[in-house]
Design a binder for this molecule. Sequence first.
Ligand SMILES: Nc1ncnc2c1ncn2[C@@H]1O[C@H](COP(=O)(O)OP(=O)(O)O)[C@@H](O)[C@H]1O
Ligand SMILES: [Mg+2]
Length: 484
Amino acid sequence: MAARKISRVTAEQMDATNSATLQLFKKYCQGDDAMSEGQFAKCCQDSNFADSKFMKNPSLIFAQVKLRNKKTIKHQQFQDALRAISREKEVTYQALVELATTGNLGSMEFEEDFDVQLERSLTHDGSHRVAVEDFDLIKVLGKGSFGKVMLVRRKTTSVLYAMKTLRKAQLIKRNQLVHTKAERNIYQYLKSPFLTHLAYAFQTEFKLYLVLDYCAGGELFFWLQRHRRFSVNRVRLYAAEIVLGLQCLHDNDIVYRDLKPENLLLDSDGHLRLTDFGLSKEGITGAGAQGGTKTFCGTPEYLAPELIQNRGHGKAVDWWSLGTLMYEMLSGLPPFYDQNMQRMYDKILHQPLKFAPRPWSHADYTEVRDLLQKMLNREVEARFGSKGPDEIKQHPFFSVGYMDPGTKSLIDWNWEAVYEKRYTCEFVPPNRDATDTSNFEAEFTSQKPEDSVVNDNMLSETQIEKSRFADFTFTDADSELSRK
Ligand SMILES: Nc1ncnc2c1ncn2[C@@H]1O[C@H](COP(=O)(O)OP(=O)(O)O)[C@@H](O)[C@H]1O
Ligand SMILES: [Mg+2]
């Protein structure tokens, strides 16, 4: 995909830059003592093609070459390929980038890595390149921080999807390219019945499009508002499904960081899926500061104490958020809720966990009270979940069993049955027909579904370059973001 993102260099620029560019590439590849990034950049500046968009950002090309070299392209192969193309008359910028990114040029075959193959299969459907024109836009489902989400139908197959658009200018302005890369990777690579998956991804100059499995039941938030609170049995299955979703993320060293009712979607049978990995962070190995990260982000109500205090955080923040969410599902409000955000933070940090007589004193709540005490432990290492999800999964709250809503009889708890979605959900969202969107807010569904034209020409050249390489990370510039 990387190669296809780059196409805008005018013919004049190409003529002026081809030979000099090739020289640089050659130089870079000569011998084993390859040029350093600094030397490469200097070389580019010294050359007389400073006007070229391509050369304005040599470090991008450098990083790509380096990355691909290290990953799959053998040094010698790369060098040979450069020699071959420099002999050809029609060397294009596109060809160079194609080479730098995939190692694949015309008859020269290189091993393509998995990443590239997968990307191709996502943007291509046979020989057809998937684009926004391939979909009927049916309804607006939601508005995100960077664009909107629409219900769409693939014209050729009639399959329904949710299409999430992200405006590049917004992402760049708020320094979210790194997060977006993680987001796309998670949708794409992680497979779990409790995570939302990507069917297609493509982009235009100004926007990114993620085409996702459609969850027809709407947000858990929508239903929590309407039902005020849920039964213990209903929360048991919801919590279990979220545990399995988080487990898949954590097993892959990803911390989710945005667990909240708005980001949990119901499918047509009422089962849950986590969505919106915009704040997720890859490469997290620990429960707390060690093997963790530092960026302050998330949604106030669900923030773990260590995040508020900026002490460094890891996977355990997700278990805190789940504790908070379970409390909210059972009683209607998060445990430390306050309309004043500062006071809410203060409560999260200091207020003892309270269980009002209603509903908490009822016998059905005994086990879950105990579990919540353990998940809402402010001490990270002692918090349930910090030693892995089994602590939570083995808690008596689950072993009570699941009450089948049809027969009203208690079934033995079985995590495999949860994973395979063999338990019938207590609540099945009403869907009159496949494209009925009454499970979503009318505020959105009443809007005209259209792919708005944006012309973010306030983007600088460097920014445009950057956004074309959205799936390459050069700095780990994790940035601040607090939503809503
Ligand atoms: N796969 C989907 N199926 C149905 N609705 C979706 C889907 N993905 C997103 N939505 C709707 O769009 C909203 C915003 O999407 P989200 O990915 O959470 O964006 P943001 O990062 O801006 O919060 C969601 O809360 C939900 O209502
Ligand atoms: Mg969201």
